[in-house]
Ligand binder design. Structure first.
Ligand SMILES: Nc1ncnc2c1ncn2[C@@H]1O[C@H](COP(=O)(O)OP(=O)(O)OP(=O)(O)O)[C@@H](O)[C@H]1O
Length: 675
């Protein structure tokens, strides 16, 4: 069933007098059902009224659109009525005349008597019969707002839009009008969207509460369902078992946003060559096929074209070494594993917290799970086979390699085993091995298999040492894989350099996904200073059909994905999934203030600016529940609910995590807890 109202990926960018622009709203998507009451809540200036005005047709989005019953909203219309805080009544007309004016204008096709009946009916609905002959100056604030509501309802809009309708009223009048509005909406099945600052008002009236993050680039941070049955009485609402939990959740969200606001203070910045603060950068990478965008940006002169004249690509032997150089400031930036910016920010494995930000997803997919040829030859060709043999010989310990606790390899491998009832900590042994050493460890018999990026699966197949049991396309096509990471303090110190870096790499990502360039890219990454691999086993997946070693090679066009299908915008929903999985396995605590942490780590505004400067699409992927091949649903509005119900897991720490505002490493949350 299609939604009654669909807010479809809206951005609103305001041009500023100084020639710059202000991104007020970024990628707002929301579906509203018929008869639903939605509240929009968020701090002052976050963009609530802007969004309401766009739905009303009073303002136009810069990109995206609003669809009401299958038709795009392009201008104001009588099917959408707005009630403002300041009533907007004509001062020289009476209550009756103010309402009649709207009815006569919109319903002029109806006979006069019928129109009069509608006016009188709505005067009664809002209880103003005794004041029908009075002018606005003779009315109280509450009475004026009732006229505005009656006038809006009288023309029978499909959608009632309310912008802080009771903001100017005293508490008593406010309470009584809220109840009247609730009754009217219910009896007339009106669909409503209301902007409010009042958490109790939102809880009393709404079916869902949409909480917006602070601007710039405000977006939907979380949506709360209000499961309180209707018809509602104020007292029933307050006494409902979910009331205080929901109220706390809203206050908590607003407090997180208040803190986020404080961390956005600007620092004085010295501009150097090419309009950038810094032009010489050391960027860390790991020898993997998906380091291609960095190699391309360097070798094709893209970094230099964006003013970054001296970029040194520093090949690191493994992810631990790369993380350590990022923490110490030896590297300016790095290709990072998807979970690394979050884990370093939260402080993993009792390490101090080092806030890292990411403004670019460099790649999606590109991993596989490889099994040793011995296991395969023993007839173990699926996880079910593996489980059976494990149960039959409980003394045998199986060891599998992965590249780092924060990697998708670790998280997907764990998820894969756990989905078949195999505990990845108790039933098998998982060990960290740098990607280029996987094949030699498999050959030496130290491990039974591994999950890694390319070309290290294809090499095992090529050398007859292993077979691919599953690629990540079999598990979760389109997952985030590598991201660009820089220290938050670095991004604050060198904002123009950061932007240039993101822009250059985004351009390189697009180059990498043009398949005409893939042969050239293959030659580049195979060079000894980069991946240092043989083209024969680096080709599959990147250029040639992919060979699992178990049958005919297959063409996997989206295996190494660098640009297409909205690859590059930091993906907050998937980041949240990663954060939940890391907490599930005890790698990091789960922050109660997850919206704040994700917001701080994912720099959507920098990405947007980079994408727009290249004329590229700058939209984030949809904020929707995540479902892997096993069908289990991860709801981004309730990660804690997910963690409480998931079966195989470690002790999960859920705690509020306060990050420092400067670059001083702070003790990891677990250390702070002990102290
Ligand atoms: N025409 C405009 N030109 C430039 N900036 C604008 C314009 N209109 C709104 N803004 C900016 O967009 C942001 C969102 O404004 P909006 O009025 O939607 O916020 P709000 O959440 O409704 O605030 P409040 O709760 O205080 O009413 C603000 O930072 C505002 O300054």
């Amino acid at each position: 069933m299609s939604a009654f109202v669909e807010v479809d990926h809206i951005d609103r960018i305001f041009p500023l007098p100084n020639g710059e622009s202000y991104i007020a709203l970024k990628n707002i998507e929301l579906k509203i059902n018929k008869g639903e009451f939605i509240s929009l809540i968020g701090h002052s200036g976050c963009g609530k009224s802007t969004l309401l005005n766009i739905i009303a047709g009073l303002d136009r989005p810069t990109t995206g659109g609003v669809i009401l019953e299958g038709r795009e909203v392009q201008k104001p219309g009588p099917d959408r009525m707005v009630v403002f805080q300041n009533y907007s009544l004509l001062p020289w007309k009476t209550v009756r005349e103010n309402i009649a004016l709207a009815v006569d204008r919109v319903m002029r096709h109806l006979p006069k008597g019928e129109r009069k009946g509608i006016v009188e009916h709505h005067i009664d609905i809002v209880g103003l019969r005794h004041a029908a002959h009075k002018r606005p100056a003779q009315l109280s604030g509450g009475m004026k707002q009732r006229v505005a509501i009656a006038r809006a309802l009288a023309i029978r809009p499909k959608l009632l839009l309310l912008d802080e309708p009771f903001g100017a009223l005293d508490a008593l009048t406010r309470g009584s009008l809220q109840e009247q509005l609730m009754k009217i909406c219910q009896e007339n099945e009106v669909t409503c969207v209301m902007v409010t600052h009042d958490v109790d008002e939102a809880l009393l009236l709404s079916d869902r509460i949409v909480m917006l993050t602070n601007g710039p680039a405000a977006h939907i941070g979380q949506i709360l369902d209000v499961p309180i049955p209707r018809p509602r009485q104020r007292l029933d609402v307050v006494n409902h078992p979910s009331y205080y939990a929901l109220r706390n959740e809203m206050l908590y969200f607003l407090n997180q946003q208040k803190r986020a606001k404080r961390t956005k203070a600007k620092q004085p910045i010295a501009i150097g060559r090419n309009g950038l603060e810094k032009v010489n950068l050391d960027i860390g990478f790991i020898p993997l096929t998906d380091c291609a965008p960095l190699v391309v940006a360097k070798e094709k002169g893209i970094f230099a074209r964006h003013g970054l004249e001296e970029v040194n690509l520093v090949r690191k032997p493994g992810w631990r070494a790369l993380a350590s150089d990022m923490a110490s400031g030896q590297l300016d930036a790095a290709q990072m594993l998807a979970g690394m910016p979050l884990a370093m920010t939260l402080g993993m494995e009792n390490q101090p917290s080092v806030p890292i930000v990411t403004a670019l997803t460099l790649s999606r997919n590109g991993n596989a799970i490889t099994w040793s040829k011995q296991l395969y030859d023993q007839g173990i060709r699926s996880l079910e086979d593996f489980k059976r043999s494990m149960l039959a010989d409980s003394d045998k310990v199986h060891t599998f390699g992965m590249v780092h606790p924060t990697s998708m390899h670790n998280l997907l491998l764990r998820y894969w085993f756990a989905s078949h009832g195999i505990d990845p900590d108790w039933d098998i042994n998982l060990t960290v091995i740098p990607p280029p050493q996987m094949v030699s460890n498999l050959k030496a018999g130290n491990i039974d298999g591994y999950c890694v990026g390319e070309p290290w699966n294809s090499r095992a197949v090529y050398e007859g040492l292993g077979v691919v049991m599953a690629t990540d396309l079999d598990l979760w096509a389109g997952h985030i894989e590598k991201v660009l990471g820089v220290r938050e303090a670095w991004a604050n110190q060198y904002p123009q350099t950061h932007l240039a870096l993101v822009t250059a790499l985004l351009e390189a990502c697009e180059y990498c996904d043009d398949r005409r360039n893939r042969e050239e890219i293959l030659q580049l990454i195979c060079r000894p200073e980069y991946v240092g691999s043989a083209p024969e086993y680096t080709r599959p997946g990147l250029l040639d059909p992919y060979n699992k070693g178990t049958g005919e090679p297959v063409q996997l066009l989206d295996y190494n994905q660098f640009y297409v299908d909205r690859t590059n915008c930091p993906d907050r929903t998937q980041m949240l999934w990663v954060m939940a999985q890391m907490a599930r396995w005890g790698i990091t605590p789960f922050p109660k203030n997850w919206v704040e942490i994700i917001e701080r780590v994912c720099k959507i505004d920098v990405f947007s600016e980079a994408a727009r400067s290249l004329g590229f699409l700058d939209t984030e992927r949809d904020r929707a529940p995540i479902q892997l091949w096993d069908g289990e649903v991860f709801n981004p509005d309730d990660p804690i609910g997910y963690l409480s119900q998931v079966a195989i897991k470690r002790d999960i720490q859920i705690q509020e995590i306060m990050l420092a505002n400067d670059d001083t490493p702070t003790p990891s949350p677990s250390l702070r807890k002990i102290a």
